[in-house]
Design a protein around this ligand. Structure first.
Ligand code: SAH
Length: 349
């Protein structure tokens, strides 16, 4: 099948226009339609010669990506999209609207090999990596929807399905186009990539000159407990994550975020707070506490509010910067993989 029009790059646009005997500036116009304006129907690319537009239709799969389901929560602060990526597979992306902020949450893989105990994305393992164009398709479709609601996109977080650091060859070019002033034009600092910590990928990401924000899904204060919650042998250890956080600050001047999903009785006791404060005492960053969002198939529970508050206060008392993620979108299954799970025709493949 022809590649998506969102696979277009500056180079391939130039090659296409030159091969069609057109002047080079046409490449900029084409790139601008796709990524700056998000227009994926060639019929609407009015300033391009019509013969060239017809040609584009034979080279690319054009038009908006296929969306299988959309759900919004009752307060209309989140809208969740299920994108059809072929072969009966789908990935999720979310528009999160809070005050003046409008954030797009993106997926990088179909499924996930990490299989965190609390997360629905890994229930069926990893199917495949998403391409650069499939990642950008999510961004553009949701940005278009946000524009209809009068909401310009202010942030992007790579916190949907998949482990982004295992898909660096497609992730980095996708982020580059998101950040490109001639592309989507979103500031690098407003783009956050979340990872369980995969050494090679994190090292490569740290070498990137763009000042993206990095978040580690830590979820436990020691390696033994972390191995139970994040059962991925290739995941970095707690000490390696702390080291990588320091390196990132040194290389980019950017503090990292440590995400910590709070699971009742499992990682939310006062002793865990104490241990976490010790682990992070010499590294600058913010702990983002994420109260667990129930997934039916999983054995965990969300801690009661007083336990969440106590955990946060304990960390603050011990000198850490702490934020607690607000309850949001749980009525539309906003946590990773939950919408896909409900829309799966066959369970147990
Ligand atoms: N693989 C990467 C990117 C996925 S984002 C990573 O693990 O960082 C993963 C984040 O999704 C977790 O840090 C957590 O914040 C969130 N998450 C997934 N399932 C959740 C659930 N059931 N409840 C609350 N948060 C969840």
């Amino acid at each position: 099948m022809a590649p998506r029009i969102t696979e277009l790059t500056h180079d391939s646009a130039r090659e296409l226009v030159l091969a069609a005997g057109l002047p080079e500036y046409r490449a900029k116009q084409l790139f601008n339609w796709v990524f700056a304006k998000g227009v994926l129907d060639v019929g609407r690319m009015r300033n391009l010669p019509s013969a060239f537009r017809t040609h584009l239709e034979t080279v690319f799969d054009v038009g908006p990506p296929k969306v299988r389901a959309i759900e919004s929560d009752r307060q209309s602060t989140t809208e969740k999209f299920l994108f059809d990526v072929g072969a009966g597979e789908s990935v999720e992306a979310v528009l999160i609207m809070e005050g003046d902020r409008s954030t797009i949450c993106l997926s990088t893989q179909v499924g996930c090999p990490v299989k965190c105990g609390f997360c629905a994305s890994g229930l069926f393992g990893l199917k495949r990596n998403l391409t650069r164009g499939e990642i950008l398709d999510q961004y553009l479709a949701i940005r278009t929807r946000a524009a209809e609601l009068g909401r310009p996109i202010t942030n992007a977080v790579v916190m949907g399905m998949g482990e982004p650091m295992l898909n660096i060859p497609n992730l980095l070019p996708a982020l580059e186009t998101m950040n490109d002033p001639e592309g989507c034009g979103l500031g690098a600092r407003h783009i956050t990539v979340s990872t369980v910590g995969v050494k090679k990928g994190v090292e490569r990401f740290t070498e990137e000159p763009r000042q993206y924000t990095l978040a580690f899904s830590l979820h436990a204060p020691n390696d033994a407990l972390r191995a139970e919650i994040v059962p991925f042998p290739a995941a970095m250890t707690c000490a390696e994550i702390v080291d990588a956080a320091r390196n990132y600050l040194e290389a980019k001047g950017r503090e990292v975020t440590f995400e910590y999903v709070l699971l009742d009785e499992v990682n939310s006791r006062p002793s865990h707070a104490r241990e976490l404060a010790e682990l992070l005492q010499d590294v600058r960053g913010t702990v983002n506490l994420i109260p667990f969002n129930a997934v039916d198939e999983q054995p965990f529970r969300r801690p009661p509010d007083h336990v969440i508050d106590l955990f946060a206060e304990d960390l603050r008392y011990r000198g850490l910067k702490v934020t607690v993620r607000k309850r949001k979108g749980h009525d539309i299954a906003a946590a990773c993989g939950q919408l896909r799970l409900r829309n799966m025709p066959i369970v147990g493949s």
